[in-house]
Write a protein that binds this ligand. Structure first.
Ligand SMILES: *Cc1c(COP(=O)(O)O)cnc(C)c1O
Length: 433
């Protein structure tokens, strides 16, 4: 795309010739890795289609309910569809689950009881989960309910150097790196971790935070022994079309317990209106494998391009991916803000908005986010988030079209280099004055 759009990108978007030369090379590299994820996309698209057929989805399922939502057969059909796609006994897909964090908390409250222990891998989970577990003191945390959390690293488990306390009821594995410079946990690695853990104690419930991981590989964690997976519909499985919601899929008893934690004992899955959103949910998951693949193209391109420009990237362009997140170490607060400005400038909405760092519920550090997305915080749409803390890493994700994704990455590079150049110039001038 960059080759044929060169003149346009230069004249209309003000991207420099030198930058376009590097971008063209990065794009060629990206295409080399595209074939493998196109295969995964095709397999997952057919898996989802098979889910629609097995669950017998009909036009009447799109209508939905209001009020209490009793006898909402569209909602039950969406649950059956998710269960089939994730090769799980049951699923819970609800607009009443407002985010991934909320769904994770519902699952943990469903499974854990006072006196239980929960092990978290990796040892430091995603920012918003710190107060949920009680790694950071917060009213209502699991720790406050007498449920103790502890963290374990991946090498601890693989080398067998770990201790699962007697009262361990659940092990929580976070697949995606989150806002940290670490490894995302591939499906193969999840399988190995599960076999080690279940080898120690087969009764332990393995819960996988699947955020940003859906449809990136051929298999989902529930296909390699996870008892429960959880994710947000504002990310991959929402297909960029869901305006709210989250899902859980796994063992029937765990799903029932999570439903009870979400609603009330005795009510469980029987209540919860879909409010006309079943159509949104169904169309979203139908499109999800395709849009995830577009987002992956954008991530690989960003990785190749920024590496070429001299930045540290994680993952590197050729590395195996298990989520859609691309981390880029930019090295300064200014550079992160500039990167966010570039992504924002490419958005379909709020193009002229300037992203600024601000505190945000659930996070300790200030966060800068750029979006211009149709769904607030929707992050299968092109977006970037960064906690303002050293070493100043921007986390890029999404892009429903890789054309748009690449434009965003180009603008982000253009903005970032301005700050780097300026800094270098200042240092240079100081040195020579
Ligand atoms: C996004 C995310 C969550 C949940 O976040 P919400 O913003 O509450 O949906 C949890 N874990 C990881 C790794 C995530 O990326």
């Amino acid at each position: 795309m960059i080759g044929e759009m060169r003149a346009f990108l230069e004249n209309e978007w003000g991207i420099s010739k030198e930058l376009l030369r590097d971008a063209l090379e990065a794009e060629m590299l990206t295409e080399r890795f595209a074939a493998s994820h196109e295969l995964v996309r095709n397999q997952n698209s057919l898996k989802v289609l098979d889910g629609f057929q097995s669950a017998g989805i009909r036009e009447s399922h799109l209508i939905g309910s209001h009020g209490y939502g009793y006898h909402d057969f569209g909602r039950d059909a969406v649950d059956a569809l998710y269960a089939r796609i994730f090769r799980a006994e049951a699923a819970l897909v609800r607009p009443q689950l407002v985010s991934g964090t909320h769904a994770i908390r519902a699952a943990l409250c469903g499974v854990l009881r006072p006196g239980d222990h929960v092990v978290v891998i990796p040892a430091v989970p995603y920012d918003t989960l710190l107060p949920v577990f009680g790694f950071r003191e917060a009213p209502g945390s699991l720790a406050e309910w007498g449920i103790t959390p502890s963290g374990l690293s991946i090498p601890d488990i693989l080398e067998g150097e770990f201790n699962l306390p007697q009262n361990t009821k659940a092990v929580f594995i976070q697949r995606s790196k989150g806002y940290r410079w670490q490894l995302s946990i591939s499906i193969d690695l999840i399988a190995r971790l599960i076999s080690k853990i279940k080898g120690r104690n087969p009764r332990v419930n393995v819960i996988v935070d699947n955020c940003y991981g859906e449809f990136v590989e051929e298999r989902e964690p529930t296909e390699v022994g996870a008892d429960l997976v959880i994710g947000s519909l504002l990310k991959n499985p929402g297909g960029g079309l869901c305006s709210t919601g989250a899902y859980l899929a796994g063992k029937s008893d765990l799903i029932e317990r999570a439903a009870v934690a979400l609603t009330a004992p005795g009510l469980g899955k029987e209540v919860g209106p879909t409010l006309g959103l079943a159509r949104n949910f169904l169309m979203g998951i139908f499109m999800a494998p395709h849009f995830v693949s577009e987002a992956l193209t954008t991530s690989i391109f960003a990785s190749a391009f920024f590496e070429k420009l001299g930045f540290k990237v994680n993952p590197e362009p050729a590395e195996l991916r298990t989520d859609i997140i691309q981390a880029i170490e930019l090295g300064s607060r200014d550079a992160v803000l500039a990167f966010a400005r570039g992504i924002q400038r490419a958005g379909p909405l709020d193009q002229t908005a300037i992203p600024v760092a601000a505190p945000m519920a659930g996070y300790t550090d200030e966060i800068v986010m750029s979006g211009g997305t149709f769904v607030q915080g929707g992050s299968l749409e092109l977006s970037c988030d960064a906690p303002l803390r050293p070493p100043y890493v921007a986390y890029l994700q999404g892009g429903l079209s890789s054309l748009h994704g690449k434009l965003g990455v180009l603008l982000a590079a253009e903005e970032t280099l301005k700050t780097v150049d300026k800094k270098e110039r200042i240092a240079h001038e100081r040195l020579h004055s």
